[in-house]
Write a protein that binds this ligand. Structure first.
Ligand code: ATP
Ligand code: MG
Length: 403
């Protein structure tokens, strides 16, 4: 015969909540939930886990062995707002009380405060307040010396009564929110060794974009650890689309800097010409990559090439959409996100750009830049950069092919 504890373990499941999806019309919601289930399935398969699903209103229930591992993986799935490991019970007040007491006994002791948060799907039976009070009393009777604090409790237990029975849980793991990967089409992100562009890439993923990365390898003009750090950023970001291979293309930009030096282009224009070149290469490659937009980690006023004047001169180089998710973020805000998503401390070492002049232009004139580019035969440099490509594929935090 099963003991109560064994019975409890066999009925544990992972419940996830989606946020913004809930606001969509029914057909769109249905479509997005289908994509969400596909993404969850791929992420679990990638870790050799399996689950089956139920989709009661506003929730996805995932049944499978090892709910802790499942919860950890799905807490990185875009479109989900939070994740709880729950126990599925019968719908009677006795079932709910028994389970709530089992959970509370593991966490509560005399002198602590607690609150019961009860909800019910149907408007029949005990109302939420009465339900909460009854379950609260059951906990109170079993564990002496507790007190109820509905505003700032030490411990909360959540009860949901649904048409299939009850769900009881006591923790909520935050998930990133946003929209499911694959709902907004593909974008090509210009990924560097720095802090900003990985955050820009993550924010675009968060809004449902499928992502490819492009890194421009400056060769001897780039610090000797730059390429490895960019690949490390790429590898770490692949954790956020588990089950989907994340592609990075690396193009060679060394000839650009050689040409600027050889033709004695005024060093103050180098950064603007370099950023225009990067966008031009990206715009040339985006069709091949199936991308609809380019994404950069540029930010208003962060460095000399990012004044509003320079950003407008940089944007003029291409006609395709260029999205800059970080445009108005303060550096502190960017660093906070970078820490949270695991890309902050990517790589120590020599990450300097040797082409950066002492006094970069903060208000480059388009006319002058175009003259420089004409002299450099920029279009030839762009098409040459697009022919020598190296691909690096990352899957679930591992580089599976590439340099
Ligand atoms: P980040 O801005 O990512 O921290 P960074 O500070 O080295 O990197 P910036 O000079 O601020 O680079 O460049 C602005 C943006 O241009 C970057 O956010 C990134 O999108 C793109 N970029 C810069 N260097 C490269 C590179 N080597 N390859 C691809 N894209 C790059
Ligand atoms: Mg930057």
């Amino acid at each position: 015969m099963q003991t109560v504890k064994e019975k409890t373990c066999s009925e544990r499941l992972v419940m996830v909540r989606y946020g913004e999806l809930f606001l969509k019309s029914d057909p769109v919601k249905h479509h997005f939930i289908g994509l969400l289930l596909r993404n969850i399935g791929k992420a679990l398969n990638a870790s050799a886990l399996q689950g089956h699903y139920e989709t009661p209103r506003g929730r996805i229930l995932i049944f499978g062995a090892e709910p802790e591992k499942i919860a950890d993986i799905v807490s990185r799935i875009f479109g989900l707002v939070d994740v709880s490991i729950c126990t599925k019970t019968g719908g009677t007040i006795e079932d709910l009380c028994r389970e709530a007491v089992i959970l509370a006994k593991e966490r509560l002791s005399a002198g602590m405060s607690f609150a019961v948060r009860a909800k019910r799907q149907q408007k029949t039976g005990l109302d939420s307040q009465v339900l909460g009070a009854r379950i609260g009393s059951a906990i109170y009777e079993e564990i002496p010396g507790l007190y109820v604090d509905l505003d700032h409790p030490d411990y909360e237990v959540f009860i949901e009564v649904r048409d299939f029975g009850g769900l009881v849980y006591d923790s909520r793991i935050s998930a990133p929110g946003g929209l499911p990967w694959g709902t907004q089409g593909r974008a090509l992100v210009l990924l560097s060794s720095g802090i900003d562009s990985p955050v820009a890439s993550w924010l675009a993923m968060k809004r449902g974009c499928e992502i490819n990365h492009l890194h421009l390898d400056g060769g001897r003009w780039a610090g000797c650890d730059v390429k490895a750090a960019a690949i490390e950023n790429h590898r770490r970001l692949s954790r956020w689309c588990a089950g989907y291979p994340l592609m990075m293309v690396i193009a060679n930009s060394e000839p650009l800097y050689d040409q600027m030096q050889e033709l004695r282009i005024p060093p103050r224009y180098r950064c603007v010409i370099c950023k225009r070149f990067m966008l031009k290469v990206a715009a040339n490659l985006m069709g091949h990559e199936g991308a609809l937009a380019l994404i950069t980690g540029e930010n208003l006023g962060q460095v000399a090439s990012q004044t509003l004047v320079n950003l407008s001169v940089i944007s003029e180089g291409v006609t395709v959409p260029v999205l800059r998710p970080l445009i108005t973020h303060d550096k502190e805000e960017i660093v906070t996100i970078a820490r949270r998503i695991g890309t902050f401390d990517t790589h120590p070492g020599d990450l300097a750009c040797r082409a950066v002049p002492k006094m970069p232009a903060t208000a480059a004139e388009l006319k002058v830049i175009l003259e420089c580019e004409q002299k450099m035969e920029i279009e030839l440099l762009v098409s040459r950069a697009c022919t020598e490509l190296v691909y690096v594929t990352a899957l679930n935090s591992e580089i599976i092919t590439g340099t």
